[in-house]
Design a binder for this molecule. Structure first.
Ligand SMILES: Cc1cc2nc3c(=O)[nH]c(=O)nc-3n(C[C@H](O)[C@H](O)[C@H](O)COP(=O)(O)O)c2cc1C
Length: 192
């Protein structure tokens, strides 16, 4: 059996990229507020290596506030056409400013303007108000670079538990669980 869940993740992620019609990199992100009330939403996986799993968002969003107060989270991939699920849990830390700048620079100019225009998770009076803010940002950065908004950045989830779930006939599904033990991973199975 593999003793490295990251390698297994890479294999499954590549297979999902080939099989899924769209957004194979979309994952549910679950966070919780200081009272333990959970919330979940989809985000895109923008980086992964043995250190962890990276996504980008507004630090002042609902998820950002919850992660600041309670820096642990869960990620969930479900690839329907492959009938596979991966569950990932661990602590969360902000990526470096340099890493966030490098990723932001890969986004289209319109997406970069959108990051400035969106006050993510805050009430919005009308769609027109949002479009007006977008046009304001377009004018503000006309003819120049669109830098990363200071509070738009990324987080890395440092996994301490990763489970690979595979559909099997008669609901006799397979669950392979990896639990971090220092620098090593212990592997076991779970009843489905
Ligand atoms: C497929 C998909 C991918 C998404 N990717 C991101 C993302 O990478 N970052 C992000 O901030 N929001 C992303 N969103 C929007 C979030 O689901 C959510 O609406 C937004 O981040 C606000 O969440 P919050 O109010 O809980 O902070 C995505 C939505 C979908 C459906």
């Amino acid at each position: 059996m593999a003793d490295d869940p990251h390698k297994l993740f890479e294999t499954w992620f590549a297979e999902a990229a080939a099989a899924e019609p769209n957004d194979h990199d979309a994952m549910a992100l679950a966070t919780a507020d200081p009272l333990g009330r959970p919330s979940a939403r989809m985000v895109l996986l923008k980086g992964h290596d043995p250190r962890g799993f990276v996504f980008y968002t507004h630090r002042d969003s609902r998820k950002g506030g919850e992660l600041e107060a309670n820096p642990v989270a869960a990620l969930l991939f479900h690839w329907k056409s492959l009938r596979r699920q991966i569950r990932i849990e661990g602590s969360v830390e902000p990526v470096s400013e340099a890493e966030a700048d490098a990723y932001f620079a890969t986004r289209s100019r319109d997406s970069r303007l959108g990051a400035w225009a969106s006050d993510q998770s805050r009430p919005l009076a009308s769609r027109a108000a949002f479009e007006a803010r977008y046009e304001d940002m377009r004018a503000r950065f006309e003819g120049g670079d669109v830098p990363r908004p200071p509070r738009w950045s990324g987080y890395r989830l440092l996994p301490d538990r990763i489970e690979f779930w595979t559909d099997r006939p008669h609901r006799l599904h397979e669950r392979r669980l990896f639990v971090r033990d220092g620098e090593h991973w212990d592997e076991g199975l779970l009843y489905p």
